[in-house]
Ligand binder design. Sequence first.
Ligand SMILES: Nc1ncnc2c1ncn2[C@@H]1O[C@H](COP(=O)(O)OP(=O)(O)OP(=O)(O)O)[C@@H](O)[C@H]1O
Length: 227
Amino acid sequence: MSIITARDVTLSFGQTPALRGASLTVEAGEVLAVMGPSGSGKSTLLHCLAGILTPDDGEIHFDGRRLDTLDETARSALRRDTFGFVFQFGQLVPELTAEENVALPLLLHGVRRTAAVRAAREWFPRLGLDGLERRRSGELSGGQAQRVALARGLVARPRVLFADEPTGALDSLTGEHVMDLLVDSAREQGTTVIVVTHEPRVAAYAGREVVVRDGKVHSLAGEPVGS
Ligand SMILES: Nc1ncnc2c1ncn2[C@@H]1O[C@H](COP(=O)(O)OP(=O)(O)OP(=O)(O)O)[C@@H](O)[C@H]1O
């Protein structure tokens, strides 16, 4: 069953076309890698699928509902309640401890602080972060910070996790470890994952790979992907 469908999505930034008729179907529960050269439109596609950007043309459906025509309030509620995010540099809040960072999405869902922090703490042994709960992001290594960001992306059990170059700032061994944990944790809780990466070794963790080229989505074999 498909969870996200993009049909002929186009989006330009001023005179620069970023997406030129991108179509893609994402199946519920799959781990999909989005590959492609720099500037081909991968992040823009991810942002459209996640309701962060609105396409100029085309349609995006999430769970049978039109996503791209929702107003900003509805899209932001969807992002908060249903989606999780992991970015290249973790983007932890430096003033908060690691466990408070992980608890953030739960607090935004209205979970009480004690319960949110308790749930957040459960992620630390799972991700090999035991003992780092009270550290601030400046006191974590890149790999540790990215695992904290991963826990934050998954703690609220999102339907879809959007990951944009989640291993981009890590050395390859640490990156593979983070991908391993990401894929295992997401599969365990049935979260669909869409991961943008330019690293084939990272994409190899996905169940399927697509390639964005010149603002369009292709299969690995080079065929345009239809919706
Ligand atoms: N906010 C923006 N303003 C203007 N142009 C933008 C903006 N964001 C992206 N672009 C342009 O849109 C095109 C697609 O960019 P996008 O970031 O989606 O590519 P990408 O495949 O994710 O690249 P990379 O692998 O380098 O991150 C590029 O030509 C880029 O310069």
